[in-house]
Design a protein around this ligand. Structure first.
Ligand code: COA
Length: 186
């Protein structure tokens, strides 16, 4: 993901979430968060989806994944997440975690398909409607730590990590949830 993608990212974000991240939130992730990695999926020049994660030691935390409504059910989300998992493994992560709304069946199906299992609940995690979050984890051992060069060049998911320093607020704070690692896991 590049800063020049942010207009389109905002379009997809607004079409995808009740509490969308602001443009500044994405900018901060790209420019200031040393732990953040964001990738986009493109059709030609058009960004159709994106995913982000924080890489902290041997754990990866998915902060965001969304596909434009017109591009859904075409395995864009799956390609993004598979790439994110392989990339995280290549950077030394052994496991990956994320939170998902209890009502978000499509996302839960996607995560289960890729090997995530529910390990706990954060009660009232989402501040807009106090909905619970399911905490899911996946082991990344199945990946050999190499990124498929065809996939990287070819297009469904292409990634660009933009390292920087520091980060004021966590990604989940911005969406009305809480930061990775907060209390509530069971
Ligand atoms: C969740 C999301 C990213 C999935 O992206 P997508 O590109 O449409 O999903 P894919 O086509 O890659 O689907 C892969 C698998 O996920 C599951 N899945 C995806 N959408 C589904 C739906 N609407 N109903 C049931 N299963 C679904 C299926 O298992 C599917 O595999 P299959 O096609 O072989 O059955 C997309 O729906 C989205 O952007 N939603 C809004 C944002 C969001 O909720 N993000 C997750 C926050 S935790």
């Amino acid at each position: 993901m590049r800063t020049t993608d942010l207009d389109r990212i905002q379009e997809i974000e607004r079409a995808s979430f009740t509490v969308p991240w602001s443009r500044n939130a994405f900018y901060g992730e790209l420019a200031d968060n040393h732990f953040a990695r964001y990738i986009v999926a493109q059709r030609g020049d058009l960004v159709v989806g994106y995913a982000g994660m924080w890489l902290i030691l041997d754990e990866a935390h998915i902060t965001n994944i969304a596909v434009h409504p017109e591009a859904r059910r075409q395995h864009v989300g799956e390609t993004l997440l598979r790439y994110a998992m392989a990339y995280a493994r290549s950077q030394g992560a052994m496991r990956m975690t994320l939170e998902v709304r209890v009502s978000n069946a499509p996302a839960q199906h996607l995560y289960r398909k890729l090997g995530f299992t529910a390990k706990g609940v954060r009660r009232g995690y989402y501040t807009d409607n106090h909905e619970d979050a399911i905490i899911m984890w996946a082991e990344l051992g199945q990946f050999d730590g190499r990124i498929d060069p065809d996939e990287e060049a070819g297009a469904a998911a292409q990634g660009d990590a933009v390292p920087g320093a520091g980060g004021e607020k966590s990604a989940e704070d911005r969406r009305g949830g809480r930061r990775p690692g907060d209390a509530g896991e069971v």
